[in-house]
Ligand binder design. Structure first.
Ligand code: NDP
Length: 330
């Protein structure tokens, strides 16, 4: 059973040497337990926060312990009557090939040609739910309003934009590079996408939002947040989902125009998806329907094998992923 452990707490940019690959025996099962062979591991930006020490909404990972993470796998042995061999299960086994569970927190899912196993880590998993919870319950978009989302081609952002389109909004993405922006507009159907790396962020965002911004789904922070704050309409809403541009920063980017929140009577709310489980049934229903009808499309970047997980994780934080970043384990 290959595992990736946290070897060091990174200072600034995370390095491959902050991880350690080890090999252990697959544990023997006790009564009530199941053995799961993980098919895919989800790589998510929040994992960078777990590598740090200090106050956050979740406890930090411990040194020399397996890195945490969502997994989708298949039961290969069961001493728990609720699970049979070959059941597909969504779990939280972390960066390792096999996991043992007493069944708590393990969720059976149905895999089909339309809904492959990997979708439960992306569009129909935690990132999709994050998009729904932030946009629908905090953003509360109304038809005709302008919704802007950063990291627009990514796991969360791509769902936010397509969901807002399905609710009749004008949708503008922000993404790094022409290829991602072309995809966001031509494949995902956004009305416009600003390539923030093209050097004309303020100008391009102004041109793309002629009627200002009513909802800003915040994934990145930094200079993009500043540019957006200058375009907000009165009573705009900001679901504050993530701050990925700052996760490896050693000094915080100061927000020059925070006063825009007051001037425009903006509602800004940070949220953690796991605290909104009461909304998941409604969210899953709508997301499943939109995926089935082709109104929500998604894309994945898949690294092969656990050995490549650290590299893929660092790449994702630098924007090298295109869509949901996964690691194929089996
Ligand atoms: P993505 O698939 O969007 O991957 C991360 C993306 O961030 C990269 O592809 C890159 O896109 C973008 N990025 C990286 N650095 C910068 C930068 N300096 N400026 C602008 N963009 C940057 O990841 P997810 O969809 O999984 O996550 C998106 C956000 O949602 C993250 O902030 C994450 O922490 C947050 N999140 C929050 C949750 C919650 O409960 N609050 C739950 C899940 C996710 P590009 O190439 O376009 O720059």
């Amino acid at each position: 059973n290959k595992q990736v452990l946290l070897a060091n707490r990174p200072k600034g940019w995370v390095q491959e040497s902050d991880f350690k690959l080890v090999e252990t025996d697959v544990p023997a099962l006790k009564d009530g337990e199941v053995l799961v062979k993980n098919l895919y591991l989800s790589l998510d930006p929040y994992m960078r926060g777990r590598m740090n020490e200090g106050k956050s909404y979740a406890a930090s990972s411990k040194l020399d312990e397996v890195m945490v993470g969502g997994t989708i796998g298949v039961v290969t042995e069961s001493k728990n009557p609720k699970f049979q061999v070959d059941d597909n299960v969504l779990g939280y086994f972390g960066w390792q090939e096999y996991g043992v569970s007493d069944g708590k927190g393990l969720q059976k899912v149905s895999v089909s040609q339309q809904v492959p196993a990997s979708a439960y880590l992306g569009v129909l998993g935690m990132p999709g739910l994050t998009a729904w919870v932030g946009l629908m319950s905090i953003g509360q978009p109304k038809a005709g309003e302008t919704v802007v989302v950063s990291a627009a081609s990514g796991a969360v952002g791509s769902v936010v934009g397509q969901l807002a389109k399905a609710h009749g909004c004008r949708v503008v993405g922000l993404a790094g590079g022409k290829a991602k922006c072309d995809y966001v507009v031509n494949e995902l159907g956004f009305d416009a996408c600003v390539d923030y790396k093209a050097g004309k962020l303020v100008e391009d965002l102004t041109a793309a939002t002629p009627d200002g911004i009513d909802v800003y789904f915040e994934n990145v922070g930094g200079e993009i947040l500043e540019a957006v704050l200058d375009r907000l309409n009165a009573h705009a809403r900001i679901p504050l989902c993530g701050f990925v541009s700052q996760y490896n920063a050693t000094t915080a980017h100061p927000v020059r125009n925070f006063g825009a929140l007051l001037i425009n009577r903006v509602k800004l709310q940070g949220f953690i998806v796991g605290e909104h489980a009461e909304l998941f049934p409604q969210a899953m229903k709508e997301l499943s329907e939109l995926v089935a009808s082709g109104k929500i499309k998604y894309r994945e970047t898949v690294a092969e094998g656990l050995d490549n997980a650290p590299k893929a994780f660092i790449g994702m934080l630098k924007g090298e992923n295109f869509g949901k970043q996964l690691v194929k384990l089996a």
